[in-house]
Write a protein that binds this ligand. Structure first.
Ligand SMILES: C[S@@+](CC[C@H](N)C(=O)[O-])C[C@H]1O[C@@H](n2cnc3c(N)ncnc32)[C@H](O)[C@@H]1O
Length: 305
């Protein structure tokens, strides 16, 4: 994937999380900081993308919308993977808090994108060493944006540029001061599907190799059915197609039944796996209308053997 596309996917995630925080009640995951990371022009461009996408895919529904804001909200809630972005972030930070109560002191945000944890959850972040690892293009862009906005970089934050298809995660982390003896927690959200399968599992093996036993990782993945047009849910098929056209193809899907064995080979023990049905039950019952768990997206929590 090209650098400009990689950066765009991170900004899109911030746009969707920010839209949710500004417009939905009750919230599933509150990230009021995300929207501040987008410039006015980017905000307007993403809203236009939503509006155009509605017109192109659901012209009857588009015609029935009272105004532009309603069209944007319809796409954000019903079609784009906002529910996935919100629930996986919630899931990861809940598991992080549990891990902290067991003594975890290092948090690695892999493929951090426009993640705002360092500022949004200061009460947690202050008790951790936080490593934001990301593709060099995305990270350079984020640092420039943080500087423009005047957001202070906390002293306990380390920014680690690494293209995981070309660089070794363990070497990059060690060079940034990662302590291999300390129990650690990794989140890896919205990235695995962009990597070739071998790179994804090589990275998991490196995580298992660089941490003491009991350290944890949380990640999300798309199941293999998502990649079969005749089996994929409509909005998921549409999303994959759109990403392919945009030059950001999703490459890797995993089979839920094979995950435990694949993780074991990588030196990890599967602790929890959440299907879309389980995610629906945990995060979307009695929540804002329009949101439901994104089909084919699963969450995993695993620990180092
Ligand atoms: C959709 S964003 C997800 C951002 C954030 N984790 C979230 O959940 O909102 C995908 C992230 O994967 C990163 N990424 C994609 N390809 C990568 C690669 N080859 N190496 C490292 N990071 C990569 C991008 O830079 C981007 O930050």
């Amino acid at each position: 994937m090209e650098a400009s596309h990689i950066k765009r996917s991170a900004l899109m995630s911030a746009f969707l999380r920010g839209h949710h925080a500004a417009h939905d009640h009750p919230v599933i995951f509150r990230d009021e900081w995300a929207r501040k990371l987008l410039s006015k022009d980017e905000l307007v461009a993403f809203e236009a993308t939503m509006e155009q996408a509605l017109e192109a895919t659901l012209p009857d529904r588009a015609a029935a919308m009272p105004d532009r804001a309603a069209a944007v909200a319809c796409m954000v809630r019903d079609y784009f993977p906002t529910s996935l972005f919100l629930s996986r972030a919630k899931y990861a930070e809940e598991r992080l808090e549990e891990a902290m109560s067991r003594g975890v002191k290092q948090y690695v945000v892999l493929g951090a994108g426009m993640d705002t944890f360092l500022w949004r959850r200061k009460e947690l972040a202050d008790r951790l060493d936080v490593f934001e690892v990301d593709h060099p293009a995305t990270q350079a862009f984020k640092q420039e944006r943080l500087a423009d906005l005047g957001w202070r970089i906390p002293q306990n934050a380390r920014f680690v540029p690494a293209d995981l298809t070309r660089q070794r995660l363990d070497e990059a982390l060690r060079a940034a001061g990662f302590d291999s003896e300390a129990p650690s927690f990794f989140s890896w959200l919205g990235v695995i599907h962009y990597l070739p399968r071998d790179d994804a599992f090589a990275t998991l093996r490196m995580i298992a190799g660089i941490c003491p036993a009991g350290s944890e990782i949380v990640f999300d993945y798309w199941d293999t059915e998502a990649f079969r047009p005749e089996r994929a849910a409509v909005r998921v098929g549409w999303m994959l197609e759109m990403l392919r056209h945009a030059g950001e193809p999703m490459l890797t899907g995993l089979a839920p039944s094979a995950i435990a064995g694949q993780l074991r080979e990588a030196g990890l023990h599967l602790r929890e796996q959440m299907s879309p049905e389980a995610i629906q039950e945990r995060y979307f019952l009695n929540r804002p209308a329009g949101y439901y768990a994104y089909e084919h997206a699963h969450f995993v929590r695993a620990s180092v053997l």
